[in-house]
Design a binder for this molecule. Sequence first.
Ligand SMILES: [Zn+2]
Length: 255
Amino acid sequence: MPGLNKLLRGILKYRTNLQPHVLKQFQRVKDNPQPSSVMFSCMDSRLIITKMINQDVGDMFLVRNAGNLIPNNDSLSFDSVTTEPAALELGCVINKIRHVLVCGHSDCKAMNALYEMMDSVQKHEGTPLQIWLKRHGARTIVKYKELLQVGGVGPIKFQAETPEKVFDAYIDVDNKFKPVDKLSQVNTLQQLQNIASYPFLRDKLESGLVRMHALWIDIYTGDFYMFCRDYNRFVLVDEESYQNLLDDGESVTDY
Ligand SMILES: [Zn+2]
C-alpha cells in the first residue's frame, strides 16, 4: 500500500531528522506550554498548516474539519455536542488563549458541496457530509445570498466579538476568484459570528481578552490573506501589510 508506506517512511525520517528537535521542544514546554492561538482550519490535505505558518511544539491548538465550520451555540445540545466548542473552551477558558483564528481556502471541496446545495440546505436529509454542511453552513448560505443581492462584492455585515461589534466586509473586490471561493471567504467570516455565539466566551470577547481573526489561503498561489477590519477586506499577508494587520488584530488586553 503506497499510502501506508509513505506514512511509515515519514515516521522513519522524523526519527532521524526531527525527533531530537521535537524532544527538546517537549522538554522546554513540558510544565508550562503557552499556546498562543486556537485555529480552526479545513481538513483539506493541501493545507499543511502548522508547517506553512512555522508553528512549533506548544504553539497552537488546531482543530480541522470539513469546511472550517464552527457550529453555532444554538445547535448545541447534550446529544449533539461537537468538538469545536469544546476546543474553544479548552483553549480560551482553561488555557487562556487570546487569539482564535479561522482559516479557509480556495478550491475547497466542502465549500463546493455546500455551494451545490445552496437551494436545498433546509432539506433535512443527506449523507453525513451533506448534513454537516447543511446544518452548520446554512448561515453561510444566507450571507452569501445577501452578497449576491448587493452585487457580489458587498459590503455585507458580520458580527464580531459582540452583537455591537459589527463590521462591513467586501469580498474579492478585484474579482480574482470563482463564486465558490467567494462563498469560502464569506464562510470563513461567518464562523467568527458562530464563535461569538458561545456564552462561555462572552465576557472574554466583550473585554477584548479574546480576539478573533479570519485567514484565507489561495491554494492556486499559496498566498495567505487575513481579514483586515480597517480595510474591510481580506488583505494579502506580506511585509507591506504585516504591521497594519498586527495593529488591526492585536488590541488585546493582557491577562
Ligand atoms: Zn476545504
